[in-house]
Design a binder for this molecule. Structure first.
Ligand code: HEC
Ligand code: HEC
Length: 359
């Protein structure tokens, strides 16, 4: 597909040369359109190519952590745990229930019911590429995926395990786990531990990277994005989304207020007002501060915002532009930006979402 697109532009160039060399009127009109598109692409490429490549970076193949090197044994164990309902008290749910790897790493629900049937109060973000975030959760209260992995297990409105010992005793009764933990942590005399469980799940998540056409473009393949997609990329940069959404993830590297210019709940129609980081720190300046979310795969991870209050990506774009740039986008700009954001979804390798055989 990508190389097809490149050759498409080369062909267009050749077509241009022949554009005045006869044929019917219809044929000429088609050539004119192609010629126009070729010219538009050249112009856009000049305007945005270099700028985009300095602002965004392609995703790495793996999200490495020197404190928890990724090994095949850890990844296999982490995947087994990720899909295992025994990580919840009544054995009703796994990590995959709320972060379904076959559904872009989310559950598409506004809020997710936990093991005890209670709803949480924030929307489930995708786990794809999350190991690359500078901090975890909407309010950044965990530093990395290893620290994060232990938290939902013990949360009463999530997996509801009463304490670490409860889960470790349960896992130690499973022969398959005793073997897998020993293989993943060969130097540990007591390998089945909560610390090692967090490391194994973290190592698995570090492999969940999803590259897309946008990465090919950033690596220099000018044909990886269409003219319409480049127009959207230009709008995304020109209107100022890049004040906050930059880097390889287009976000996830800073905190910003949700609603710099207006109260967010008046636009999102949120039922409750979440104070963001202030809920954690109690500090006034942290009120309504949230992690700028990554925009990788964002077209597919609806509903949007920390409380899942907005269903469509077009509405989300319109609202965040008003709230954080005080700018009313035109319908054309909204559509262009949505078309660009869609280039952030690539094909997801099927081995990521294939559930392991139960042990
Ligand atoms: C009941 C649903 C539910 C279950 C089960 C669950 N999560 Fe989550 N997860 C959430 C919600 C909701 C959030 C956001 C909470 C917040 O930010 O305050 C979240 C956040 C995360 C994040 C942070 C992503 C980001 O963008 O900041 C990661 C990573 C994650 N979960 C991984 C896991 C793993 C691993 C498991 C299994 C051990 C798990 N989750 C189990 C609902 C769930
Ligand atoms: C001043 C910083 C800032 C600017 C500028 C900004 N955003 Fe955001 N964006 C955020 C923050 C913070 C959130 C998280 C809001 C929340 O849900 O709490 C967010 C959320 C989003 C979401 C929802 C993501 C999800 O997974 O739910 C999208 C989509 C988005 N922004 C796109 C854009 C676009 C497009 C622009 C430009 C028109 C833009 N943003 C400008 C800070 C910013």
């Amino acid at each position: 597909m990508k190389s097809l697109r490149t050759s498409h532009y080369i062909l267009l160039g050749i077509a241009l040369v022949f554009v005045n060399c006869g044929g019917g009127t219809e044929k000429n009109a088609g050539r004119k359109n192609q010629a126009q598109e070729y010219a538009e692409n050249t112009k856009l490429e000049k305007e945005i190519g270099q700028r985009a490549r300095s602002m965004f970076q392609p995703l790495p193949a793996l999200a490495e952590n020197p404190a928890n090197p990724v090994t095949p044994e850890k990844v296999a164990l982490g995947k087994q745990l990720y899909f295992d309902n025994r990580l919840s008290r009544d054995e009703t749910q796994s990590c995959n229930t709320c972060h379904d790897l076959a559904a872009f790493g989310v559950d598409h629900k506004r809020f997710s019911p936990g093991d005890a049937g209670m709803d949480g109060d924030r929307n489930s973000p995708t786990v794809y590429n999350s190991a690359l975030h500078s901090m975890q959760f909407w309010d950044g209260r965990a530093k990395d995926v290893e620290e994060q992995a232990g938290m939902p297990i013990l949360e009463s409105d999530e997996m509801n395990i009463p304490d670490e010992g409860f889960l470790i005793r349960r896992l130690k009764t499973v022969e398959g786990y005793r073997k897998m933990f020993a293989a993943a942590f060969p130097d540990d005399p007591d390998p089945v531990s909560f610390e090692n469980l967090k490391k194994a799940i973290g190592a698995f998540e570090r492999t969940l990277i999803t590259t897309s056409n946008f990465d090919d473009y950033l690596k220099g393949n000018q044909g990886a994005l269409t003219v319409a997609e480049k127009k959207g990329l230009k709008a995304f940069m020109d209107v100022g989304c890049v004040t906050c959404h930059t880097g390889s993830l287009l976000g996830a590297n800073m905190f910003q207020k949700f609603g710099v210019f207006h109260n967010y709940w008046e636009y999102t129609k949120s039922e409750t007002v979440d104070e963001g980081r202030a809920k954690e720190t109690g500090n006034e300046p942290d009120k309504y501060m949230f992690k700028v979310p990554a925009l990788r795969m964002v077209s597919n991870t609806y509903p949007y915002f920390h409380d899942g209050s907005v269903e469509s990506i077009e509405d989300a774009i319109r609202i965040i532009s008003k709230l954080n740039l005080d700018r009313d986008l035109t319908d054309e700009e909204v559509v262009d930006i949505a078309v660009f954001l869609n280039t952030m979804t690539g094909e997801i390798p099927s081995e990521f979402s294939r559930a392991p055989d139960p042990i």
